[in-house]
Ligand binder design. Structure first.
Ligand SMILES: [Zn+2]
Length: 111
């Protein structure tokens, strides 16, 4: 053993998984929890420009769109266009969530 070995950990620390909804500790290999992968894409349809857009009006439209973005940081802009997240849920929370993944529409969305 050399002096440098003191700075290396013997094994990587175990990542502790928990239910993002109720906080319950989840044990890999038990088969009683779920990994939920959420991918949100803002309007995945391609922008449609037809012949009614002349070069000038198209430039105006782009400029208008850019002006609307100036109040946002790069991160905020990126999150408005694409967002991917992974959450873990215990079986109980998963069963509740999967029955109504988009909520009931009464959530406070003023923030
Ligand atoms: Zn849970």
């Amino acid at each position: 053993m050399t002096a440098s070995d003191e700075h290396t950990s013997p094994s990587p620390p175990e990542v502790e998984l928990f239910c993002h909804r109720c906080g319950r500790i989840l044990r890999p290999g038990k088969g009683n929890w779920y990994e939920v992968r959420i991918e949100a894409v803002c309007d995945p349809a391609s922008p449609h420009f037809d012949d009614s857009y002349s070069g000038e009006s198209l430039a105006d439209a782009v400029e208008y769109a850019i002006e609307g973005m100036e109040d946002y940081s790069d991160l905020e802009l990126a999150e408005q266009v694409y967002r991917r997240m992974v959450v873990t849920l215990c079986r109980r929370c998963y069963r509740k969530w999967i029955e109504n993944p988009v909520g009931d529409g009464t959530a406070d969305d003023t923030g």
